[in-house]
Design a protein around this ligand. Structure first.
Ligand code: PEP
Ligand code: MN
Length: 336
């Protein structure tokens, strides 16, 4: 059960509400976010909702018995929107593209990519400075110095930054230099990191775990929301299946269904989703047609020389074609 509280609820009213819920066998959880105060009741007992609904200090009350609640569309039927400032919005009718290299490598690469994005009207640049790599001998990113350098160039050009945070200890040093924190597939169920990112007021893109179910993804998002941060986007980036003809299996079904299950924006990552450069555009366009709110993909001036994920990275020329196709598809899907 989700109880939305009045902003000015008094201590006494709140106390009474907790007592009433506990008396009918519900455990209570207080949630305070950037936008509202909630009381989450967890329990199985069926009861007459009027036993609570008539108490003071309540704005609204919703029965949501799923494991995930605050991120569910069952109580919030209107889609949520992430506002990055400067007119850059994601969700609830606003579509965004996010492009950039897998890893931030050099100043020269940053400058070239920023220029490429500005030229093409793309507002958000992706790139990793802390890289989760399967092998410890692979390039693991430039770290905080790389992020600061990147921020210098990106902010001067009006470009927003999305980058992965791997540990809660990194949040404080990164927060002034990022616009969206990315939680990677490998950390999708790192509950301590989810708790920590839920305590800051900064948008988060949460990726689906490599073998994660939709339900696990939604519950991971619930961790962030219930810690106080409502600014969450979910990202489908492909899952591991028995098929080994490509890197991952982009789950088109999940993107369609997530749009039904949650009010949070849903983003497609076709680069990791298929892992094969030649097909990234096709998977991106297919994702558009199931209704995603944004697409994030890897772009590099010279993909064959990229420090990581070159095999799934588009060249600037290929990316330019895809930006156009995505824009056309967005228009097309709104007309059919
Ligand atoms: C990335 O975006 O470069 C990345 C490492 O993604 P994922 O966590 O989906 O593998
Ligand atoms: Mn990558």
């Amino acid at each position: 059960m989700i109880i939305q509280l009045e902003k000015n609820i008094t201590e006494a009213q709140s106390e009474k509400l907790h007592q009433r819920l506990e008396a009918i066998g519900y455990s209570t959880n207080d949630v305070k976010t950037q936008f509202a105060d909630y009381l989450i009741g967890v329990g199985k007992k069926d009861f007459d909702i009027r036993a609570i609904g008539t108490l003071e200090g309540i704005r609204d009350i919703h029965r949501v018995s799923d494991a995930y609640k605050l991120v569910s569309k069952k109580w919030k039927v209107n889609d949520s929107q992430i506002d990055l400032g400067d007119g850059v919005k994601i969700g609830a009718g606003d579509f965004q593209m996010m492009a950039g290299p897998c890893s931030i490598e050099t100043e020269e690469q940053i400058v070239a990519t920023v220029e490429h994005l500005v030229k093409n009207g793309v507002k958000i640049m992706r790139g990793g400075v802390y890289k989760p790599r399967s092998s410890p001998y692979s390039f693991r990113g430039l770290g905080i110095d790389g992020l600061k350098l990147w921020h210098q160039h990106a902010s001067a050009a009006g470009i927003k930054i999305i980058t992965e945070v791997m540990m809660s200890e990194q949040i404080d040093e990164m927060i002034d230099y990022v616009d969206i924190f990315q939680i990677g597939a490998r950390n999708s169920q790192n509950f301590n990191l989810l708790d920590a990112i839920g305590k800051v007021d900064k948008p988060v893109l949460l990726k689906r775990g490599i073998s994660g179910t939709m339900d696990e993804l939604l519950q991971a998002a619930e961790y962030i929301f219930s810690n106080g941060n409502e600014k969450i986007m979910l990202c489908e980036r492909g899952i591991r299946t028995y098929e080994n003809g490509y890197r991952n299996t982009m789950d088109i079904n999940a993107m369609a269904m997530l749009k039904e299950k949650t009010h949070l924006p849903v983003i497609a990552d076709p680069s990791h989703g298929i892992g094969v450069r030649k097909f990234v555009d096709k998977v991106a366009l297919a994702s558009m047609m199931v209704g995603v709110d944004g697409v994030i993909f890897e772009v590099h001036a010279t993909p064959e020389k990229a420090y990581s994920d070159g095999q799934q990275t588009l060249s600037f020329t290929e990316a330019e074609k895809l930006y156009e196709q995505l824009r056309k598809t967005e228009k097309f899907r709104s007309e059919i």
